[in-house]
Write a protein that binds this ligand. Structure first.
Ligand code: NAP
Length: 293
């Protein structure tokens, strides 16, 4: 019997609960097939369902991955923060975020943690031609993990005026305070009750709440005050067109859904594990889109 596993075989995966719906295997296995033959590696990217109920489950799962020689993994809900104690080296963005979405296992057994969600978000805007982040003001809705990633990445990309509104006002205020105190980033917290007026003059609106996601009600907001020139983006990708994006399209706004963020956050992780910065080809985008049919 011939051994089909080459010396440069590598394995990575997505660890979360649930993970059955994840598109990450499609993305990374596409790139493994595309780049592996040219660059001399083979591999697999698999789903790693790890239930949160077992207090030692995540630790044991990460130790098991290291023992099995994994190149690394992505982390999704509910493990993005819970994994922090098991990381030896945190990159600056993950440190500021207090959450990791990518682990990389080095040959010496050490684990590095990264957070590429914000990178993915900003790249998804650049893809559609929104590149001048210093221009105009940016209105962000939400103060959870996705919102913090978006806010930090926007600030790093040069955003000058960022407003933030969140259902629980205290959470928006806490984020604004932390950003000012720890990162020197100015974010103006606006009361949720004023979220419609806070759209006035904005060049970009971001929904980083969970509202509009499959199984959740639509985001409760009226877009009347938003200039039609504003780009409207949603970090959600299930469904691809949230009620917010549908309403924005009907008003004539350019819109961006969360699929671009998902695809782009995967690129640096693949590079860290397999050594190649992959491209989001039209074929990959079409394959990803086909999973929503
Ligand atoms: P999270 O940390 O739980 O935060 C949820 C946010 O939604 C909070 O700001 C919360 O406000 C707000 N919210 C919840 N219920 C609400 C309601 N009824 N009305 C208004 N606001 C409400 O979740 P997350 O990790 O940030 O994820 C948020 C979304 O981002 C999810 O849909 C997730 O799938 C998506 N996401 C996408 C990507 C991607 O690659 N495209 C990556 C990460 C996340 P409170 O503070 O008041 O609770």
């Amino acid at each position: 019997m011939t051994n089909s596993i080459k010396p440069a075989y590598k394995v990575a995966g997505i660890m979360g609960w649930p993970v059955g719906q994840s598109r990450s295997p499609l993305i990374h296995n596409y790139w493994i097939a595309k780049y592996g033959p040219e660059f001399g590696f083979s591999g697999d990217y698999i789903r790693l369902p790890v239930k949160p109920e077992d207090p030692n489950g995540l630790k044991a799962a990460i130790a098991g991955m290291r023992a099995m020689g994994f190149a690394g993994c992505n982390l999704t809900m509910p493990h993005k923060t819970a994994a922090l104690p098991f990381v030896d080296h945190l990159d600056p963005m993950a440190k500021r975020m207090g959450a990791v979405n990518t682990l990389v296992f080095a040959d010496d057994g050490s684990i590095s943690g990264f957070n590429n969600d914000g990178f993915g978000y900003v790249e998804s805007l650049r893809e559609v031609g929104y590149t001048d982040f210093a221009k105009g003001s940016i209105a962000v809705l939400g103060a959870g993990g996705a919102a913090r990633a978006v806010l930090l990445a926007l600030a790093d990309a040069g955003a000058k005026e960022i407003r933030l509104a969140n259902r629980t006002d205290a959470n928006a205020q806490a984020v604004a305070q932390k950003f000012a105190d720890e990162f020197g980033v100015s974010v103006k917290a606006v009361p949720w009750a004023n979220r419609c007026q806070f759209l006035e003059g904005a060049s970009l609106l971001v929904n980083a709440t969970s509202q509009g996601m499959y199984g959740q009600p639509a985001l409760d907001i009226n877009l009347d005050a938003l200039p039609v020139s504003a780009l409207v983006s949603d970090v959600i990708y299930v469904p691809l067109e949230t009620p917010l994006l549908a309403a924005a399209k009907a008003r004539g706004h350019q819109t961006v859904n969360g699929l671009g963020m998902l695809l782009n956050q995967a690129r640096p992780a693949f590079k860290a594990w397999f050594g190649v910065m992959p491209e989001i080809t039209p074929e990959l985008r079409a394959k990803a889109l086909a999973t929503f049919n």
